[in-house]
Structures are given as C-alpha cells and as structure tokens.
Design a protein around this ligand. Structure first.
Ligand SMILES: Nc1nc2c(c(=O)[nH]1)N[C@H]1C(S)=C(S)[C@@H](COP(=O)(O)OP(=O)(O)OC[C@H]3O[C@@H](n4cnc5c(=O)[nH]c(N)nc54)[C@H](O)[C@@H]3O)O[C@H]1N2
Ligand SMILES: Nc1nc2c(c(=O)[nH]1)N[C@H]1C(S)=C(S)[C@@H](COP(=O)(O)OP(=O)(O)OC[C@H]3O[C@@H](n4cnc5c(=O)[nH]c(N)nc54)[C@H](O)[C@@H]3O)O[C@H]1N2
Ligand code: SF4
Ligand SMILES: [Mo]
Length: 838
C-alpha cells in the first residue's frame, strides 16, 4: 500500500524491517489511531518466518522512549567528563547544521586528517565512507573489528564470502566454537534460532559447543566443552592431527578437484612454479614428473596429494603433505595442555566429526547431485578475537577443508556482505581471487603511516580502530605530525565499544568539537557539542538486505507512522553536510558506488538527493526500472530462499580452486616483511603462515602470574551490545537472570578465594580496573571470569544507567603488541587479579 494511503487509516498492520540489532528481520507493526501498539514477526517473509527475538519485540519501547533525542541539541556546559551533565538546550536545525558545517569546513580546509569518524550503522553501510570523501583516512571505533578483523578477511580469502555459517538445512553434526549462531547472536538471530531448532528436532542434528562459559547454545547442546580462552586453535588443530595422522579421514577427491592441495611446495614454503610460465606444478604419479597444474595430460586421480618428489635435485611436497608434516607435533596430548580439553575428548570429537562427514557420499537437490558433507565447524568472535586471530581463523577453515565441506550441502557455507553475495572472481594459478577487503579497498602501504589505525600496515585486515587512541596519545611513536580536532559519530558508541576506555577518554578530552547523530543519548554523546536526531527505524525508509545464505533479497523498511519528533534521516544529514562543507560531488560519486547504482540511475554530481530518492534508485538498480520504492510499498520484500546453485560450490561452478594451503597469506607476509625491512621499521610478520600452527609466544597466556584468571565479555539474545538496556522491558528480563547480574565466577574458584555471590570485587588487569558484583556459578570455566555486556553502561539514560558499571573494555589494551599482526584483530580477552572490596 502507498505510504500516503496507509498512514491515513485508523487501524492497520504495516510491514517493515526490524533494526533493533545489526541484523534484519521482517516485522509487521499494528497501528491504532496513529500509535504503534504491537510489533510482531512478519509471517509471510521467508527470512524469519514470523519470529522475533526479545529486542525486536521491544522496538516499540525504543520508539516511544521519552528520552529520545527529539530536536537538535547543543551543549551549554563546557566541562566534559563521564557523568558530567552536558546541560543540553534544544536548537533549530539551521543553527545546528550551520555550526557543524562551519567547524568541519574549517578543518577540511586546514587538514582533513584532523577529523576522526565513527560512522557505523550496519543497515546503512553506504554512510561509512563519508569520512573518506571528506578526506580523512582514520577510524575511531571498533565496529566490525572487535569481532571480524580476523574473520572476514579469511572468509574472503577462502571463498569470496564475508561471513560463514553451517548449512542449517542439511548439517547433522555441528561444532560451534565461540559463536552464538542459532541461539543468541550473529547472523540473523531471530531467524536462525528456529532453523537451529528444526535441524535438531526434525533431523536429530548433534551439537557440540566449545565455549569458556555455558552460553545459551552450550546449555542446549548435546555437549558443552569448556575451553580456556584464546586456545580454540589448539583444540581444532588437535582434531586435524587425529583426522590426518591417526584416522586417515580426509576428502582426497575434494582436495584434488577443488583446492591447491596438490600444488607442489618448495623447501622455502613457496609454490613450485614452472620457471617460464610461472604456473604452479603438481606431481603426476602416472608420468612420474612434475607438470603444470592445468595441463590436459594430467588426470586428477594421478595428482599426488602426498609424498616427497625430487626435481633437479630439489625436494618438493604437495601442499597437503606440507600441512600434514607441519602438524605432526600437534598431538591431542600437547594440544590438550594448551586448551584444557582432554586428549581423549579431542580424539572422540574428531572421530565423531570425521565419521559424520560421510566423505564420498552425495545428495540430490532439485535433481542435481552434490557432495554431501553433513558435518561442520561454525565459529565467530570468541574463537578468533585474539592475538594470532588470523591463524585461529585459518585453523577453523582448515578443519572444514579437511572433510571437504566448503560450500557443499551440510557443510560450511559462505555468506555474502549484501546482495552481491559471494565475490567470485578468477585469481591467479587457477585459484579464486582472494578478497581480504570486502568492506573497503585496501590502504596503500606507506613507510610513514597516514591512518591512526595503521591500516596501511595490515594488508590482510579490517581497520584496527583500537590503535587510533594509542596513536593519538603517542603520535611520535610512528611519526604522526598532526592532532585530531573533531569527531563525527553516527550510530556508534566508541566510548563504549573500544578497548582501553581510559585512553579513549583521553582522546575525547583532547577534541575541540564532537558531533553525534543518534536517537538516544549514550556514553559518547555525553561528550558531544551537538547532537542531531536521526529518525528511528519505524519512522524511516530503507532498502535492507537480508543476510544469506539460507535466504536472500531485500526488505523495505518503511515508516509505520509519521515521525514523532523533529528528526531527520541520517543519510539526509550527511548529504546536507557534504553540500554545505563543499564535497557533494564526491559524496554523490561514492553513493553511486556504494548503492550499486546502474548507469540509468547514476546521480548527478551537483544535485542533492533525498534518502527517499536514493532508495528508489537503489531498488531500480537492483531489480529493474519497474521495481522502485512504489513496488516495494506494494509488495514489501523480495526475500526468497537461496537456490542450490547460489549456495553451493560457486567457486567450482566458475572453475576456480580455493586454498587448502594459504600461500596467499605467506606471500603477503613476505612482501610486508620486505617493505618494513626497507623502511627500517621493526615489525613482526611471523604470523603470516601458510599453515596454521599453535604458537606458545602468545601475550595472553604469558602474563605475570598474579593475573591468574582469564576474563572476557559476551553477548546474549536479549541485548544488542549494551544499548538495549535503556529499554525497560529488556532491563526487566536481564535483571532476573543470574548471568546478567554480576561477573560470573566458577564456584570452585570462588571457594578457593573466599568469594560469595553478591561480594563486590575489584578486577585488575595491567591495563585498567573495574568493580563488579560476584555471581558464583557452575556455568563458567574455573579459570575464567565472564562479563555480560548488559552490566556495562554508565550513560545518563535513566534506564540504562547502572549503579555500578562493570565495563569489561576498561581491562583491555589498545596496543600493537596485543594485536594480531596479520589481520589487526584486537585480543579481546585478558587476565585479571581479583580482590574483595566488600
Ligand atoms: N543478540 C545479539 N546479536 C548480535 C549482536 C549483539 O550484540 N547481540 N552483535 C552483532 C555483532 S556486531 C557481532 S560481531 C556478532 C557477534 O556474534 P558472536 O561472536 O556470536 O558473539 P560474542 O558474544 O561476541 O562471542 C561469542 C561467544 O564467544 C565466547 N567466548 C569468549 N571468548 C572465547 C574464547 O576464547 N573461546 C571460545 N570458544 N569462546 C569464547 C563468549 O562467551 C560468547 O558466548 O553478533 C551480532 N549479533
Ligand atoms: N565490552 C564489549 N565491547 C564490545 C563488544 C562486546 O561484545 N563487548 N562488541 C564489539 C563489537 S562486535 C562491535 S560491532 C561494537 C559495536 O559497537 P557500537 O556499534 O558502538 O554498539 P551500539 O551499542 O550498537 O552503538 C550504536 C549506538 O547507536 C545508537 N543508535 C541506535 N539506533 C540508532 C538509530 O536508529 N540511528 C542512529 N543514528 N543511532 C542509533 C545508540 O545510541 C547506540 O548506542 O562493539 C564492540 N565492543
Ligand atoms: S534478531 Fe531480533 S533485534 Fe535483530 S533484527 Fe531480528 S528481531 Fe530485530
Ligand atoms: Mo561486531
């Protein structure tokens, strides 16, 4: 129904899209006399099939939150600090925009690098590049980084994906490592909970959860394996050892056909290439010679996967053999000492997993035959959010590769960033082109860094935004000869989301001007000079992509009522600012690219387009000129199940191999090492390995002995980060659950330390300290403290504000030494010592 026809009715259900977290579920809102009285899942949409999570249900309370930002606000108290009242006064849009545009224009004319951006709306990724077209290379946030720096690039390198998930429709043995998929967090939670339940109840899928705490998933799993934080790679490599060295279970056919497992490797770890054509060589067991990988004479069954072969006096091994040899000392006994899961359990799980993979079997779907590998390891932030996270991710991929389950029914399936789905382009050597940078193009290397987050030194990685604070405070360390003056924030809470909160506060103190675009006030807006009110999701238009792989398509986020207050869509605010500051043409140019506008929908450089027009052009570019926003107003969405052709074996359909041996990573590291050597910058590149191994020199596991307990934070379904806790319904449900009442400590450990539930504890790491109430329980590894995000707020919002803020990030460093050298991932665990305050 047209917007104008809908809004005049007295009683209607409006279909739209949820945005109470980063995902996107289909909703319908019941509106009576202009008031939203209920939000439900849209039963007609195949994405979440009528289901919503608690946050989605609570959207109504966000809309009618009396503490929303209703007009532009100006601070009148020049003093800034945590808990200091900014003494807001309402101002007109004209005054607000004039002030912001003048300040930022002056900075841009002087030196655009003096602006720090924290623009982080996941539903509007097209806004993220506003800072770049303004002219600043920095990133002052950890959105997409605290979680994905070591994850997304490895997905992109493996199969052109952005994320990954096990095949809910066919998997029969699911190992879940440090992820909330299907239960509490990550991809499309409200939809995946039902898919996970169906897989288990209808098809009897077995679930093993590897976690240092009993998460919602672990509580419902067939088996919970409590693990020491930051050691998941050791557990997985122990399993790989068992499969390769003890059970001889691996998918040789898959490796030969679809990977570089047959490519020969020289003693220096590089591929053995034909010196003239530069093509990689393989060993042909039939002719007993090394031949080019794509020669017509080579029958794949004759391509050697194992063995050592001499060519002109040099010994070469197929890369699969190199992997086997590299891991020959990764026995369950040795790995068990690292990860605290017994060798016996590592062996048993490896056997169950290997057998469940049904190597050699096939399945017919829609009349087409595919390999059937119904076993897979799924993982996310908990597993890879660590120093050496790149190697963690590579190990998680390796165990899936060993059983040949990448992008096949039952296995480990790539998920695209948006409607482009997987980026499958031909690379060199018959391989798929690695895609480590799906969010934005790579930064060119420079011996003198130009971005505070040092992105130019992490060629495989996602902006390590946590390094910004360190480099602003210590500019001389890497030679920064300018200082930031302003910060622009949109849909982000960098004061909360970054590590080393005390350092972040120091940076906020230095800034002369802060502007934030938000709908509620938070720990960061408390420091702002101007706050500009955005429209909430129930009041705005957007074309929202549904996360593949189970479904794909777009949903239409529409205003289900007229906007309540004097807000403006953030996209319109950015366009207005670009115009007033003087870079509208560049901004439009970027939008052409980020909205994927086709030639007939391209923007005129000097015209200001409204968000509504932009969305209309985006819809037409994607679906055809007859499917603009009016079509979406009538039909709501284009969501449908992905077809098997879209989901399975895309790389093979296009004739490309994927890496079993990560020579791309090694080559990138070698290149980086050479550049840093030439620039005379000491830089550790030892992590750029083609085969993931366990390395003992891990800062987390080598801290001073007084820091005797590991500590980490976690997400659960009730809250989006910590921000949902400003919603009374959410606050009410989390305040009844022991895991959200204090810092979780195991009963045996608590007993040894004389700690009881309710005691006020001081937790100290070498980087900061926090206080928290003890919650003594069985549901956490005895060596660990687990801290819910829901107890971390200290903002001015009367509902979210905690009597005692237990903000985990104050305990974390922001430092190159605690950052994965390959991907820039921050180490998201630390160790602490405890004392009882009262
Ligand atoms: N409900 C909800 N959904 C969300 C979000 C949200 O805030 N709330 N945020 C969204 C975003 S941006 C992201 S990045 C994803 C994140 O999604 P996830 O990665 O699934 O979420 P996290 O809770 O950060 O981490 C997953 C689990 O890792 C565990 N863990 C911590 N350290 C370790 C470790 O060393 N090893 C192992 N094995 N486990 C460990 C934690 O206990 C936690 O249960 O979720 C997205 N979806
Ligand atoms: N301790 C700890 N730290 C973490 C994490 C953790 O689990 N624990 N997770 C990490 C991860 S994975 C990520 S991705 C980051 C996330 O970090 P953030 O993205 O900073 O997290 P949010 O709290 O969602 O912040 C977004 C802010 O957007 C505002 N907002 C909400 N809706 C709207 C809207 O419609 N429009 C506008 N303009 N603003 C809106 C709210 O004020 C909210 O505080 O945090 C990272 N840091
Ligand atoms: S998972 Fe929950 S909060 Fe997120 S979009 Fe779906 S219903 Fe909304
Ligand atoms: Mo994230």
């Amino acid at each position: 129904m047209k917007q104008s026809e809908m809004l005049v009715q007295k009683d209607y259900w409006a279909k739209s899209a949820c945005k109470m977290c980063i995902h996107s579920c289909a909703i319908r809102a019941h509106v009576k006399d202009g008031v939203v009285v209920k939000i439900e899942g849209d039963p007609d949409n195949p994405s979440n099939r009528g289901k919503l999570c608690p946050k989605g249900q609570a959207g109504i309370m966000r809309l009618y939150d009396p503490h929303r930002v209703k007009t532009p606000l100006k601070r009148t108290n020049p003093d800034k600090g945590p808990g200091v009242d900014p003494k807001w006064v309402a101002i007109s849009w004209e005054e607000a925009l004039t002030t912001v545009a003048e300040k930022l224009k002056a900075i841009r004319q002087d030196d655009p690098r003096k602006l720090l951006p924290a623009i982080n709306d996941f539903h509007r990724i097209h806004l993220w590049g506003w800072g770049a077209v303004f002219g600043t290379p920095h990133y002052f946030s950890t959105v997409g980084q605290y979680c994905g720096a070591a994850y997304h690039p490895l997905n992109g390198i493996l199969d052109g994906s952005f994320a990954a998930i096990n095949d809910y429709d066919h998997c029969k043995y699911w190992i879940q490592i440090g992820a909330g998929d299907g239960f509490s967090s990550h991809l499309h939670v409200a939809a995946s909970i039902k898919r996970m339940a169906e897989a288990r109840v209808d098809r009897g899928m077995k679930l093993v959860v590897v976690e240092p705490r009993m998460s919602a998933g672990a509580a419902k799993a067939d088996e919970w394996l409590p693990i020491r934080p930051g050691t998941d790679r050791a557990f997985v490599l122990g399993m790989v050892y068992v499969l390769l060295h003890e059970l001889n279970i691996y998918d040789a056919e898959f490796m030969r056909k679809h990977t570089n497992g047959i490519y020969l490797v020289a003693p220096d770890g590089n591929l053995f290439r034909n010196s003239e054509t530069q093509k990689p060589m393989v060993w042909d067991a039939n002719s007993k010679t090394a031949v080019e990988y794509d020669t017509a004479e080579l029958k794949l069954e004759n391509a050697a996967l194992e063995g050592v072969y001499m060519v002109d006096g040099v010994s070469y091994r197929p890369s699969f053999q190199v992997i086997k040899d590299t891991l020959e000392d990764h026995t369950p006994e040795r790995m068990s000492k690292v990860c605290s899961i017994s060798a016996e359990t590592i062996r048993r799980i490896a056997k169950e997993f290997g057998e469940a993979a049904c190597i050699g079997s096939t399945i017919k779907i829609d009349g087409k035959e595919y390999p059937y590998r119904p076993a897979a390891v799924n993982f996310y932030r908990g597993a890879i959010g660590h120093y050496d996270g790149g190697l963690d991710s590579a190990a998680m991929k390796l165990i899936n590769l060993v059983i040949g389950n990448i992008d096949v029914p039952g296995g480990h399936i790539g998920v695209g960033l948006d409607h482009r789905m997987l980026i499958i382009e031909p690379g060199k050597d018959g391989m798929l082109q690695p895609q480590p940078h799906i969010l934005h193009p790579p930064y060119a290397f420079a011996p003198k860094p130009y971005s505070y987050q040092l992105m130019e030194w992490y060629p495989i990685g996602i902006d390590p935004g946590h390094l910004t604070a360190a480099n602003v405070l210590e500019p001389e360390k890497y030679g920064f000869d300018f200082q930031p003056e302003a910060l622009i924030i949109e849909h982000s809470n960098p004061m909360w989301n970054l590590s080393a909160t005390n350092k972040v506060m120091e940076v906020f103190k230095k800034l002369k001007f802060i502007v934030a675009i938000d709908i509620v006030l938070n720990e960061s807006t408390d420091w702002a000079d101007i706050v500009l009110p955005d429209l909430s999701y129930l009041e705005s238009h957007l074309l929202v992509c549904i996360e593949p792989p189970m479904v794909t398509g777009h949903m239409y986020r529409r205003p289900v009522i007229e906007p309540l207050y004097d807000g403006r869509d953030a996209t319109d605010i950015f366009t207005e600012l670009a115009d007033r500051i003087g870079f509208l043409a560049d901004w439009n140019g970027l939008l052409n690219f980020t909205l994927f506008l086709t030639p007939e929908n391209q923007l005129d450089p000097n015209t200001k387009y409204s968000n509504l027009e932009l969305m209309d052009r985006m819809a037409k570019s994607r679906y055809g000129q007859d499917k603009g926003l009016e079509w979406f107003q009538e039909h709501g969405h284009t969501t449908r199940k992905q077809t098997p052709e879209e989901m399975y074996l895309l790389y093979a359909q296009r004739g490309q191999r994927i890496p079993l041996y990560f020579n791309f990573i090694k080559e990138t590291g070698d290149d980086m090492a050479a550049k840093m050597k030439e620039a005379e910058i000491p830089w550790d590149t030892s992590c750029y390995l083609p085969v993931p191994i366990w390395r003992d020199h891990h800062p987390l596991h080598n801290m001073a002995p007084e820091y005797d307990l590991y500590a980490f934070a976690f997400k659960e379904a009730q809250s989006n980060f910590s921000e949902s806790t400003t919603i009374p319904w959410i606050e009410e449900i989390v305040s009844c659950q022991p895991i959200h009442l204090g810092v979780m400590i195991n009963s045996k450990t608590a007993q040894k330390k004389g700690i009881k539930t309710g005691d006020i504890l001081k937790l100290e790491s070498p980087f900061g300290e926090i206080t928290g109430r003890a919650s003594v329980c069985e549901e956490v590894h005895p060596e660990c403290i687990a801290i819910s995000n829901t107890i971390s707020r200290w903002s001015q919002h009367p509902v979210g504000k905690k009597k005692m803020s237990t903000h985990f990030n104050k305990l974390l460093p922001a430092d190159v030494k605690w950052t994965d050298g390959m991907t820039g991932h921050l180490e998201t665990s630390t160790k602490v010592k405890l004392s009882i305050i009262s």
